[in-house]
Design a protein around this ligand. Structure first.
Ligand SMILES: Nc1nc2c(ncn2[C@@H]2O[C@H](COP(=O)(O)OP(=O)(O)OP(=O)(O)O)[C@@H](O)[C@H]2O)c(=O)[nH]1
Length: 332
């Protein structure tokens, strides 16, 4: 499985596999063939990164004792740890010819001996390809839950996430709010400046939204120019504060078209989970709040308190429909 070690200190795997660099190695790995065989068979059984590393961590103990390991892929925001981190560690930068597949560190209370490092490196050779496949799988999975234009979560992701979050919030009696955001007069932006500019506005809007929320909150593209923002552990007051922050951030978005600068505006409706809410009723109330925000003149945030204390008649909404602000356009 593993070629002899070169003087350069790199262990090269057959085909295109390379683990580099290993440092000054003089000792060849001495691993029982049955262990290598079983390890590589077990690593073929899953595409889940955590499971893969768990299998690896458990199986290699037959050859090298470790207290824990940690795997990190910096540019993909992946960090998985298991076991304990101890005083002594050794870190490998894992690569195939075409992919950098992250850093793997092993921890132990006592120093690693040379022959143990040689064995670790031999064992790593069985992990490289399965790890690369698991990373590709995770990438594909991520992509299938993302809107390709804006990078926001798509409807499939929304359906799965919202059901789960509503159930969890009910079970643990935790607050949960959603914001329904719709860009104002977006059709005019498309009509005047073209779809390409419209697309750019959508992308920048999602950037402004994600910069305004916590990492645990999620932005989904609900429809064309409509977004649903899921705020975990946020009650109505929290949600209104976040919504206003988002509204302001969207108003600061600027997209250039020839000598003009387009500033979009957004209307936002908020709804917070009650004991009796289902996912559908929660979304429906956020939609109603959004509808009210549009009716009240757009470019504003409306919470449920307004719906309760100041119901807006349909006739009023219709009258207000004709009296609204358009996207702001400035000439340079
Ligand atoms: N550029 C671009 N436009 C889109 C996309 N998806 C939907 N749209 C456009 O979004 C526009 C939505 O228009 P409307 O539903 O009339 O809403 P609006 O003009 O924003 O008006 P209000 O919501 O009432 O303020 C339509 O012109 C759609 O073609 C997209 O992916 N890219």
């Amino acid at each position: 499985m593993v070629s002899p070690l070169h003087n350069s200190g790199q262990a090269e795997l057959r085909d295109d596999k390379v683990i580099a660099p290993f440092g000054e190695l003089a000792i060849k790995p001495d691993i029982r063939p049955d262990l290598l065989f079983r390890l590589s068979a077990r690593l073929q059984t899953t595409l889940d990164l955590s499971q893969l590393l768990e299998i690896f961590c458990k199986e290699i103990q037959h050859s090298v004792l470790i207290d824990g390991l940690s795997y990190r892929v910096r540019d993909r925001d992946i960090h998985i740890s298991m076991g304990r981190s101890s005083t002594h560690s050794v870190t490998y930068d894992l690569n195939t010819r075409n992919d950098r597949i992250g850093e793997l560190s092993f921890y132990r209370a006592s120093r690693f001996r040379e022959y143990e490092l040689a064995n670790l490196e031999g064992l790593l050779s069985t992990l490289v390809y399965p790890l690369r496949n698991a990373l590709h799988y995770r990438e594909a999975l991520d992509a299938s839950f993302r809107d390709p234009l804006t990078g926001a979560g798509n409807r499939v992701a929304l359906d799965r996430t919202l059901d789960r979050e509503v159930e969890l919030a009910h079970r643990h009696e935790m607050a949960l709010s959603i914001l329904m955001l719709d860009l104002d007069h977006f059709k005019n932006i498309n009509d005047r400046y073209g779809h390409h500019t419209g697309d750019q506005v959508l992308r920048e809007t999602v950037g402004a939204i994600t910069d305004s929320i916590r990492q645990t909150d999620i932005c989904f593209r609900y429809g064309g120019e409509e977004f649903l923002i899921l705020l975990s552990n946020a009650n109505q007051d929290d949600a209104l504060v976040v919504a206003e922050r988002i509204r302001r951030a969207v108003a600061l978005v600027s997209v250039s078209y020839l000598d003009q600068v387009i500033h979009p505006a957004a209307s936002i409706g908020c709804a917070s989970l009650t004991f009796t809410d289902s996912r559908q009723s929660l979304v429906h109330r956020a939609d109603l709040a959004l509808y009210t925000a549009k009716g009240l003149g757009r470019n504003r945030v409306v919470g449920e308190a307004i719906l309760v204390s100041c119901p807006v008649e349909q006739s009023e909404l219709d009258a207000m429909e004709n009296n609204t602000t358009e996207p702001d356009v400035q000439a340079n």
